[in-house]
Design a protein around this ligand. Structure first.
Ligand code: ATP
Ligand code: MN
Length: 477
């Protein structure tokens, strides 16, 4: 007999049906009640072992963490808490578990403790809920772009260009680190490396996506991205997943409209599809917030926060306006910012972004038209010759969730900028070709997938929304 998923069993909810289920024991009480979970849903199935002929030695093996196949009849539940339960008639022990050694005990564990047990933490309610929501978000991302007529392109993971400019890179090499071949001048001779040149893991698929937008029109990438930045924050990973749409014929306004529609559509879909998990995570979030000092608490619950973002327009503010707001703000005047705001052109730090989003506007904010000198070479220059058509989307509790821009489509302007920023023009020959042959206005953005999962699940640390996080000094598992 093919086993049913527990989710199906609880949904069909049919008394006196005979069925089989398979899963892991969450708890075993009074030598009778097994709470079985198979990951298909947050809920456990209560299974009652109540028959005479049961083998005592088998009963001893029913421990937290063990894997079982149970066959029996669905009956109306005698106890509270669930409508139906399984009256067990047959037990197959699939995998034993030593209750003394199994780290995931039926009690509350700290997230830090569970990070050390990343291979087992998905067997907890919190992590299984987070990972189901993550999966639903990923599906909704593809669904959104496919419905909008975008094409999914796979850009390379190994890149030969170091002009992407978004962060420090990880080198990819097959040279012997103990004995690398050297050039006459004593430098490492990458000509004899695997690709015949220095190569790295990509920090962004944007430049390649631009090439494809210039032929397919509207495209997106959704792949792994690597940054060797030594920042131990709750928002940075060394390996993360990024969604990067790139669109021909879009100006910055079209770009902002798309980003806003994208985020709200994906959130709406997941709110309607992951009700049970999000309700559970909402309660978890509220408990955690309530353990914080009053002034640090979020004024809204998790679902409330998501619905607020979905139901309200993002506030669009130029850098210059934001600069004035920050310059005249209380924390700036009282010298409370670590980085004071006193000169137009300064880069905004996360303390400033948080002030704008969480204190001043109290909603998601799109900042646009940044000073050229703090942004990448490929962003389109405005007529004021000081600012570029960049936009960042800032979210409460997360900070930057999207970074994007209209791209510079004019060959001469782009070449001038590359020279000013002392970037190797030879490397970018193919990127410049895109401006030589049929160049058009175009735009795109990058959204860090884990930051979206963080916002949706209310998990404070980015290490808790990806199965096996990669951070400085940590690549276990
Ligand atoms: P931040 O200032 O937060 O480091 P960034 O300006 O370096 O971000 P971009 O280069 O614009 O970010 O990348 C696009 C998006 O990718 C960001 O908006 C963010 O959502 C995400 N992102 C960037 N770096 C990381 C990282 N190390 N880990 C996880 N997500 C990241
Ligand atoms: Mn960064």
């Amino acid at each position: 007999m093919k086993a049913l998923k527990i989710k199906e069993v609880l949904e069909i909810n049919t008394i006196s049906k005979f069925c089989a289920v398979q899963g892991w024991v969450r708890t075993f009480r009074a030598n009778r009640f097994v709470a079985l979970n198979d990951g298909s849903t947050l809920d456990n199935l209560q299974c009652v072992i109540d028959f005479k002929s049961i083998d005592e030695s088998l009963l001893k093996e029913i421990n937290t963490g063990a894997a079982l196949r149970l066959e029996g009849t669905l009956v109306e539940s005698q106890g509270g808490g669930q409508k139906i339960e399984l009256q067990v008639e047959k037990i197959v022990l699939l995998g034993v578990s030593d209750p003394e050694k199994y780290p995931i005990q039926p009690k509350k564990h700290s997230l830090e403790f569970l990070r050390e047990k990343a291979h087992l933490r998905v067997r907890t309610s919190t992590f299984s809920a987070v990972m189901r929501v993550r999966s639903a978000l990923s599906f909704a991302v593809h669904e959104f772009f496919q419905q909008e007529g975008f094409f999914h392109v796979h850009t390379p993971i190994v890149t030969g260009s170091d002009a992407e400019g978004a962060g420090e890179m990880f080198r990819v090499s097959t040279l012997d680190p103990k004995n690398p071949p050297l050039t006459k001048t004593g430098d490492i001779d990458y000509k004899s490396d695997f690709f015949g040149k220095e190569t790295n893991l990509t920090v962004s698929g944007q430049l390649e996506a631009e090439a494809y937008a210039m032929g397919l029109g509207e495209v997106y990438t959704f792949g792994p991205t690597f940054r060797a930045e030594n920042s131990n924050t709750t928002r940075h990973l060394a390996e993360f997943w990024m969604i990067e749409p790139e669109m021909a014929f879009y100006d910055l306004n079209d770009n902002m409209n798309l980003a806003e529609k994208f985020i709200t559509t994906v959130l709406k879909k997941v709110v309607s599809r992951c009700k049970k998990d999000l309700t559970f995570l909402d309660e978890r979030y509220t408990k955690e917030e309530n353990s914080k000092p009053l002034i640090e608490r979020s004024p809204m619950g998790l679902l409330e926060k998501i619905n607020f973002v979905v139901g309200n327009e993002f506030k669009r503010v130029s850098y210059s306006e934001a600069y004035e707001i920050l310059r005249n703000s209380k924390p700036n005047k009282k010298k409370k910012f670590q980085f004071p705001i006193n000169e137009w052109g300064v880069d905004l730090q996360s303390e400033h972004e948080r002030f704008l989003v969480e204190k001043h506007f109290n909603c998601p904010v799109i900042l646009f038209d940044y000073p050229a000198d703090i942004k990448a070479f490929y962003m389109r220059r405005n007529d004021d010759n000081k600012t570029v058509r960049a936009m960042d989307i800032l979210f409460p509790g997360i900070g930057e969730i999207v970074g994007g821009s209209q791209r510079e489509e004019r060959l001469e302007v782009l070449e001038k900028r590359i020279k000013e920023m002392e970037i190797d023009k030879e490397e970018l020959w193919w990127y410049l070709d895109l401006r030589r042959f049929g160049s058009v206005p175009h735009s795109g953005f990058g959204l860090g997938f884990e930051r979206l999962v963080q916002f949706t699940t209310g998990m404070n640390n980015i290490r808790d929304v990806i199965p096996f996080p990669r951070t400085p000094q940590n690549a276990a598992f």
